[in-house]
Design a protein around this ligand. Structure first.
Ligand code: 5RP
Length: 263
């Protein structure tokens, strides 16, 4: 039941569950990565099972592909789908213009490839991810292992000349070893505190030799669904600029949350 779930989890679940309403029969979907995306994949599998929808899914990471397959979803091989109809993914930060920082889970490269191949991108997140200015969350940058220290030094020089409040970076580690992406690359996390000009930063970062991609997702998100701890959601559409608040009845919310609380 709702009480047994962590509040942040309830918020993520509410956003994920609402996003599933956008899925239609026959769609080619892009499935995001992360804890919010896990809720979404589970809700999608439930919908497919209960309503017999036929959808195919391109996954943004090996982890998501394996999870989706374990729930019976049809997952296509990477690159098999040139375009997808709808991509649903999480975010680490989102600003008022629906620009994002992504890559906290290290899947930013595949996430960006699939998001840019989508007719529609829906971002799902708990309300804590909404920020006035991007940059509080460290910006992930995927770099090739060859000469990564040179790439890091070049990034460091570049950052000195940009509108930022921090300039440090470090290579992401996991279990005492360098974190490796699904493509076998490293991640440099950039501690920038505040990003004054995200478009400029994204362009110049991607011109540095050794940089594969950065975690700024600019002008990519069409709809943001923010979940709150009480199970209500906020939908923001980039075209209309409108924000719509929806509140779930407690009974309905309890019903929604019970399936994951039970395991
Ligand atoms: C993974 C991502 C995730 O979408 C992002 O880190 C959000 O994750 P979570 O839903 O667990 O907060 O970009 O690379």
């Amino acid at each position: 039941m709702t009480e047994s779930m962590a509040p942040a989890d309830r918020a993520k679940y509410a956003a994920a569950r609402r996003a599933i309403d956008f899925v239609e029969d026959g769609m080619r979907l892009g499935l995001g990565t992360g804890s919010t995306a896990v809720h979404m994949v589970r809700a999608l599998a439930e919908l497919v099972r209960e309503e017999g929808l036929r959808v195919t899914a391109a996954a943004t990471s090996r982890q998501t592909a394996e999870f989706a397959q374990s729930l019976g979803l049809e997952v296509t091989e990477p690159g098999e789908e040139k375009w997808v109809d709808l991509c649903i993914d999480g975010a680490d930060e989102v600003d008022a213009d629906l620009n994002l920082i992504k890559g906290g889970g290290g899947a930013l490269l595949m996430e960006k490839v699939i998001a840019t191949s989508a007719d529609q991108v829906i971002v799902i997140a708990d309300a804590s991810k909404k920020v006035a200015r991007l940059g509080g969350y460290p910006l992930p940058v995927e770099v090739i292992p060859f000469g990564w220290q040179t790439t890091q030094a070049l990034i460091g020089e570049l950052l000195q000349n940009l509108d930022l409040d921090g300039h440090q970076s470090h290579r992401r580690m996991q279990g005492g070893k360098p974190f490796l992406t699904d493509q076998g690359n490293f991640i440099l996390d950039l501690e920038l505190q505040r990003i004054g000009a995200p478009h400029q930063l994204s362009l110049v970062l991607n011109q540095i030799p050794g940089v594969v991609e950065n975690g700024l997702f600019l002008d990519i998100c069409d709809t943001l669904i923010l979940g709150h701890e009480d199970g209500s959601v906020e939908l923001q559409d980039i075209n209309s600029g409108q924000i719509r608040h929806e509140r779930l009845e407690l009974a309905q919310a309890d019903n929604l949350f019970s399936d994951i609380a039970d395991g």
